[in-house]
Ligand binder design. Structure first.
Ligand code: ZN
Ligand code: ZN
Length: 438
């Protein structure tokens, strides 16, 4: 294979690393600005200086705010013994996520890139960078790094298990790039490989099972997804515990399988709602309300409640109401891609409606006001209304119904259905569990 030749992609060129690191820190600091305002770094105790502060774990209140450079220094000190501080916060013991993880990924790569290729810490640094880029929604760059990593590992002839971990991460990136069939077959291989190497109780095997199920779900192979998850979730609950992030994600995904299957019954939808309510409570307690996993579970809970309500009012079993709800939510995202507060307010309204804090005329009023001027969205809301209620559009908005769908702006698309795929993935790159000694 051509890529086995040791060509360094320009993204990984040594003279570029400082710039990539500086850019990634700047992005992370900007994204965390509201969360870190008026705080100080818990490591050096300084306030908001030139570098700026970040927080991207499950720490809350005044905890966990730091400089990326301080987090990196802390990770470096113990790196020969354990790689854990490059990806997991020492205070809350939860993984870093999003752009903060990406900045740390660049810090990590910058620190170890000068070492020999076969150096274990350098290999892990490459994994961390690939995962960081994935986390920061930069799948093309993640792909570059992960493919380079894979060809390096093959060239070095490392154990198959290590390669499976890289394939697992690569599959997640394929998924985010829309290469679903490739992602699915890669994930099947990773799962069966890890099952053989580590057995069904190992965290990495459970992770691989979850990712494989996510791919099946995305490709609408509901039966297979359901049976795989029924087999693996009880193992996760027993071995990892109820409050482990992976257990929470697995349960969240299982609820999605229940909701999306067109043959889902009302009982399935109710089971999905109960599962998500329970997972949401635990996620809030363990990970905090700002954590992406908590937010995913919350959003899925809103969808599931809407679907259950819709099915009940319909008096039928679900005719895939979840898909309708999802489609609608994606339209909202597409229209208001650069105004997330509108999308969030819509979710709030749905929450009040499904928990019956506001009645049907009330929800019609609020939705019509929120989406004022957007005929399609207002009319589309009819899908959530019980029998006997229908929103009729005023004359001047009716022509919008005939107009072809407005193409979603690129930003909205990446956060729409596409982002949904990311939610199904568990892009955990267990650099930690790569190491046998841990
Ligand atoms: Zn500091
Ligand atoms: Zn933390």
């Amino acid at each position: 294979m051509a890529e086995l030749v040791a060509a360094v992609p320009s993204l990984l060129a040594a003279d570029q690393a400082d710039q990539h690191y500086a850019d990634a820190v700047q992005t992370a600091v900007a994204a965390c600005a509201a969360d870190t305002a008026g705080q100080t770094c818990y490591i050096c105790m300084d306030g908001n200086d030139e570098e700026g502060l970040v927080r991207g774990c499950a720490c809350r209140g005044a905890l966990g705010v730091a400089h990326v450079s301080c987090l990196a220094r802390q990770a470096q000190v113990v790196a020969e013994r354990t790689f854990v501080r490059w990806h997991t916060c020492g205070l809350c013991e939860q993984r870093y996520h999003g752009v903060v993880y990406c900045a740390l990924g660049w810090a990590c790569w910058k620190t170890y890139m000068g070492r020999p290729e076969a150096d274990r810490v350098r290999m892990n640094a490459m994994t961390a960078l690939g995962h960081g880029l994935f986390e920061a929604d930069r799948p093309e760059e993640a792909l570059t790094v992960q493919e380079a990593e894979l060809s390096m590992l093959r060239r070095l002839g490392v154990v198959e298990e290590r390669i499976l971990t890289t394939l697992n991460n690569l599959a997640a990136t394929y998924g985010n790039l829309g290469r679903y069939e490739e992602a699915l077959s890669m994930r099947r291989d990773v799962y069966s490989g890890l099952l053989k190497f580590n057995g069904e109780e190992h965290e990495k095997t459970l992770l691989a099972a979850t990712n494989y199920a996510g791919s099946l779900l995305f490709l609408k192979r509901f039966e297979e997804a359901r049976s795989l998850m029924r087999k693996t979730i009880p193992v996760a609950r027993r071995v990892l515990g109820e409050s482990h992030e992976l257990t929470l994600k697995m349960r969240g995904n299982y609820a999605q399988v229940l909701c999306r299957d067109p043959s889902a019954t009302l009982d399935d939808l109710r089971e999905a709602v109960t599962t998500l309510e329970d997972a949401e409570r635990t996620a809030r307690r363990v990970l905090g309300g700002e954590h992406p996993t908590t937010k995913d579970i919350e959003a899925n809970l809103q969808h599931a409640r809407a679907a259950a309500l819709h099915a009940r009012e319909d008096g039928t079993s679900a005719s895939n109401p979840f898909a309708d709800a999802l489609l609608y939510l994606n339209q909202v995202k597409a229209e208001f891609g650069d105004e997330p507060e509108i999308y969030n307010e819509f979710l709030e309204i749905m929450k009040s409606f499904t928990s019956q804090q506001i009645d049907t005329p009330g929800v019609i009023r609020r939705v019509s006001t929120l989406f004022e001027g957007y005929g399609k969205l207002i009319y589309g809301f009819n899908t959530f209304l019980p029998e006997g209620y229908k929103i009729e559009l005023p004359e001047h908005l009716r022509e919008q119904l005939e107009a072809p769908a407005r193409p979603a702006p690129a930003a909205a698309q990446s956060r729409g259905l596409h982002a949904k795929i990311g939610d199904l993935l568990v892009p955990l790159v267990p650099a930690r569990s790569l190491r046998k000694e841990q």
